[in-house]
Design a protein around this ligand. Sequence first.
Ligand code: ATP
Ligand code: MG
Length: 137
Amino acid sequence: IQRTLSIIKPDGVVKDLIGTIYSRFETAGLKIVAAKMLQLTTEQAEGFYAEHKGKPFYDGLIAFMTAGPVMVQVLEGENAIAANREIMGTTNPDEAARGTIRADFATATNRNICHGSDAPETASREIAFFFTDSEIC
Ligand code: ATP
Ligand code: MG
């Protein structure tokens, strides 16, 4: 059993996709064991995406992620990290497999609806970024 951090980004919240996306997680056997909605500050977004600082898309990414509320959740299940990334589809929605969240709902790489941790170490760090142990059920 593994845990991963998922974020429904501001475009997903604005498009009223929280329920649809949660349904996809649960249908795939990923349990939602923690969740919160919050408006990221610039400092939080910069901290979360520190690995991308200096890249050409970084400033746009920070502006996008702070443009409105996000829904953040911890998903738990067998191979949760890979399972969530499979459900999401590739970063660029034009390349995402049919039936994935990004293929179905995202419009561009910089408006791609969701985030999912990409490895066990990043999952641990990202979960701790948003949740204390006592907030995870
Ligand atoms: P995420 O980390 O959000 O789950 P990812 O792991 O698929 O996505 P990363 O390479 O970690 O992709 O990039 C983080 C985010 O930065 C992407 O989800 C996307 O919003 C944005 N991003 C990445 N590459 C580009 C790009 N070339 N142009 C615009 N935005 C980008
Ligand atoms: Mg990533």
